[in-house]
Design a protein around this ligand. Structure first.
Ligand code: NI
Length: 259
């Protein structure tokens, strides 16, 4: 499989939708050439489950962090737990962290507080960040800018903003995470972004079990669908499929595994 290897930068294999057949799904994913996976945690419980996956599978690495929808469970006491777990073996990033005003825009201050605390943690550890940002572009950029001065960089996962915002993120050293949305019929804006962003700054991701690409939209997603996303990127940028796999693999390695 050498040369065809695929790096999955954003998956949630701890999700309960895999409880019935997790080992089988992962075996199929590895068979399809996906040989490195970052499993991304989103709440306190999923941090533990993510670390267990990383212990059980050579191919799986861990991202430790609390998703903006879940920060309400945090307090000074249990934030110690986040710190502690972020020091474990195979933790390659802090995430997913960020701001989400789509589901809840009444507690912006709470979201921002814990986003900044987790950015501080990433800065202190010298680890990259995996950013979730939805309907919160300006506030997210404010925080990223502040920490870019301290050298914090990472990926804007499931990218949903404009070409102009992408340019600004590139300047700050960020990568752009591209997943199944790029294959959707109504993805004109994202196609412009993919066209504009150099291949050297794109990461492949599924966000599985969510966001299955066309023609599997609405079904349980898995990393075996990454070739569909890579094919679409190759078509948009008019480059070879093989080149998309090689470059995105190298990008992910540089960002997450270079230390
Ligand atoms: Ni996610």
């Amino acid at each position: 499989m050498k040369g065809l290897a695929i790096f999955e930068t954003h998956a949630h294999y701890d999700d309960k939708s895999y409880d019935v057949d997790r080992d089988e799904v992962l075996r199929e994913v590895f068979d399809k050439g996906v040989d490195r996976i970052i499993n991304v945690s989103s709440d306190l419980r999923s941090m533990e489950n993510t670390l267990e996956l990383a212990r059980n599978y050579d191919q799986i690495y861990a991202a430790i962090g609390i998703h903006p929808d879940e920060v309400y469970e945090l307090n000074e006491n249990n934030f110690q737990k986040v710190r502690e777990l972020s020091l474990k073996d195979k933790v390659v990033a802090i995430g997913e962290i960020g701001l989400d005003y789509h589901r809840d825009d009444h507690n912006k201050d709470t979201q921002r507080h814990w986003f900044e605390r987790q950015m501080q943690l990433a800065s202190a550890l010298g680890k990259p960040v995996i950013i979730h940002s939805r309907d919160a572009c300006e506030d997210t950029l404010d925080v990223l800018r502040e920490f870019a001065h301290q050298g914090v960089r990472g990926v804007m996962h499931c990218y949903s903003y404009s070409v102009e915002t992408a340019r600004e993120l590139l300047k700050m050293g960020y990568y752009i995470g591209i997943g199944g949305v790029v294959t959707f019929k109504n993805s004109r804006k994202l196609i412009e972004v993919v066209d504009e962003v150099p291949l050297e700054r794109i990461l492949l991701e599924t966000d599985c079990p969510y966001m299955a690409p066309t023609p599997y939209r609405g079904t349980r997603n898995y990393s075996g669908h990454l070739p569909l996303i890579a094919e679409k990127i190759a078509a948009i940028k008019d480059v070879q499929y093989q080149k998309v796999l090689e470059k995105t693999y190298k990008n992910a390695k540089d960002l997450f595994l270079s230390k």
